[in-house]
Design a protein. Structure first.
Length: 284
């Protein structure tokens, strides 16, 4: 099943089917349908999609929202050491190819990546899969969702607002955390648009693609920051050298691209984009 609103179903049916499908697909990958690296990547992506859906229906979920969101957040965090190691490994190898003088550094850092400290990755994957499948019981406790725009409208506006503010507040020189937070909300907004895309594909599909590009710039910036921290921790003598200069220049370029693209994407006020989406709602 694809990740999108099914206009042939009720809103309630489509929400539950998509959420359950995300959990089952992620668990199946972790239990052996996919290679471990791909399984971790896909599972974390499925959890992000689910958490985007949760934010879309936060208002009708009420007090059920926070414990449900935390439960799936913690599963994603349990997989982070495996994911972070893969990304850092790829970045190191990319830098080594582009800058041959970094080959020695790559050899020194690779054994220090987090995956080397995960003693039983297979057990970790199985535990995460079991937790995902257990999470289906939380979906069964969701209240019925009325087929009205107001069911989703408040959650849509809130996430858009959270994704919009950093585009106009960040200047480019801030520490890593606010950029990481911006990326998180951009992802949520992008996944929500992807799910709502059948309502207005001519509008939402191109916007979703631009948000995906923005998310990739912010993700690359975040991963480079993590690599810089790894280097400073394990090879501090190179902190002021050419390696850090390369990383710093790339991060600065990615931040400039993100601000330019983000300000274009988030020019509209939350009320304006919410009203535009409501005009395409076919269920009231």
């Amino acid at each position: 099943m694809g990740f999108e609103l099914d206009l042939r179903q009720s809103l309630d049916q489509s929400l539950r089917a998509n959420a359950g499908g995300l959990l089952e697909q992620a668990a199946a990958g972790l239990l052996g349908e996919l290679e471990p690296d791909e399984a971790v990547h896909e599972a974390r992506k499925s959890i992000k999609k689910l958490r985007a859906l949760l934010r879309l229906i936060e208002l009708p979920l009420g007090r059920r929202f926070r414990p449900c969101d935390r439960y799936f957040r913690d599963i994603a965090r349990s997989l982070s050491p495996l994911r972070d190691a893969l990304v850092q490994r790829q970045l190191l190898e990319q830098l080594a190819r582009q800058q041959p003088e970094l080959a020695e550094l790559t050899g020194r850092l690779l054994p220090l990546l987090p995956a080397a400290r995960v003693k039983k990755p297979g057990k970790l994957l199985r535990q995460a899969a079991a937790a995902l499948l257990d999470g289906r019981s939380r979906l069964s406790r969701w209240p019925p969702f009325e087929p009205r725009f107001r069911t989703l409208g408040a959650g849509f506006r809130t996430v858009y607002q959270q994704a919009r503010e950093p585009a106009w507040q960040l200047l480019g020189e801030e520490p890593a955390e606010p950029w990481h937070q911006w990326r998180k909300w951009v992802k949520y907004h992008g996944y929500q648009l992807r799910w709502l895309q059948p309502l207005a594909p001519d509008w939402l599909q191109p916007r979703s693609q631009r948000l995906k590009e923005l998310g990739e710039w912010l993700g690359d910036e975040h991963d480079l920051g993590g690599l810089a921290a790894l280097q400073q921790r394990h090879v501090p003598e190179l902190t002021g050298g050419a390696v850090m200069a390369v990383i710093g220049e790339r991060r600065a370029r990615l931040r400039r691209q993100a601000l330019q693209g983000g300000r274009a994407l988030f020019a509209d006020e939350p009320r304006e984009i919410s009203q535009r989406l409501k005009q395409h709602w076919r269920r009231d």
